[in-house]
Design a protein around this ligand. Structure first.
Ligand code: CA
Ligand code: CA
Ligand code: CA
Length: 314
């Protein structure tokens, strides 16, 4: 080794010793307990792990709480459903029992109403007949007495009797009107095979007959051929007629051509004639009215066989 190289080696050893000394001094200067970077990182990891464990523990506890709450909610829901089902079942039973009781009572009331209604209708019918027949008989007797050139006192008595008859007739009209109103109030159900509209029952025949025979047929049921009183009734009848079918109405001009009258004695005030009708065509003429499914009317030959509609108060 040269003298120069030996000097460099000495300097390097001296630098190394100095660095070691400085490091020791730095370590002595540093406060006690301070960590090295590695230790800080380790500490950080430990803290993170602790935080993670804590987080997981809290999460598990919360999950358990949520699960318990969910279970409680499901149980409450189930209890609610059960009680709802039980309540519904009880309600259905009560309703069923009430329905049975009411149905029996309603049937009995309905049956009694029908009987009363029938009795009122029969009585009205008899009184109407009696009014016409008895009134005619009395008028005939009075006329005979008048024609016999009776003395003055007898004629005075006759005049009084006539006045009484007139008053009795007016009273009977009022009673009949009241009975008709009562009959309408009691209207609850039409006979089997008849259809109800407003306060009347209607029968649509499935066979055909000439107009007069159809009129008699209705009379047998204590009814008359249908009399159209308003547009709603006409619509009701039309709606129940199948297409291409024709039915007799209770409307005729057989007593005087062109003077159309309903079978209940009313004159025609509201009409639904088809275009060009009534035209009274043919050598027999056309004196009886029919109704089509579109609600329009036609005059036809009364001897034709057609279906018919009866109407009666229910
Ligand atoms: Ca009518
Ligand atoms: Ca005619
Ligand atoms: Ca015609």
């Amino acid at each position: 080794m040269s003298q120069g190289e030996g000097a460099v080696g000495i300097y390097e050893k001296w630098d190394f010793a100095e660095e070691m000394e400085l490091e020791k001094q730095e370590q002595r200067k540093a406060p006690k307990g301070a960590s090295s970077p590695e230790r800080a990182v380790v500490l950080l990891y430990v803290l993170l792990a602790l935080a993670f464990v804590l987080f997981m523990a809290l999460t598990i506890v919360n999950l358990q709480r949520v699960s318990a709450a969910w279970e409680a909610l499901e149980q409450a829901q189930m209890r609610s459903e059960n009680s709802h089902t039980t309540a519904w079942h009880n309600l259905s039973e009560v309703q069923h029992t009430l329905d049975k009781q009411l149905s029996g009572e309603l049937k009995a009331i309905h049956s009694r109403l029908l009987n009363v209604s029938q009795e009122v209708e029969n009585m009205r019918w008899k009184m109407t007949q009696c009014k016409a027949e008895c009134g005619k008989e009395l008028s005939d007797r009075l006329r005979v007495l008048e024609e016999r050139d009776a003395p003055e006192p007898v004629l005075r008595q006759l005049a009084e009797v006539k006045q009484e008859q007139s008053r009795a007739s007016a009273l009977l009209d009022t009673v009949l009107e009241e009975m008709r109103n009562l009959s309408e109030i009691l209207c609850t159900r039409c006979p089997a095979g008849w259809q109800q509209f407003a306060k009347a029952c209607y029968f649509f025949s499935t066979t055909t007959k000439p107009w007069l025979a159809a009129k008699d047929s209705c009379a047998n049921f204590n009814a008359h051929l249908a009399v159209v009183n308003d547009e709603q009734e006409n619509k009701f009848l039309a709606n129940r007629i199948m297409e291409n079918r024709v039915f007799w109405l209770g409307l005729t001009d057989m007593h005087k051509e062109g003077n159309w009258q309903w079978v209940d004695g009313r004159s025609l005030s509201l009409s639904f004639w088809n275009s060009g009708e009534p035209n009274n065509v043919g050598h027999q003429g056309e004196d009886c009215a029919t109704i089509y499914s579109n609600g329009r009317w036609n005059d036809a030959t009364c001897s034709n066989a057609e279906a018919w509609i009866c109407e009666r108060s229910c």
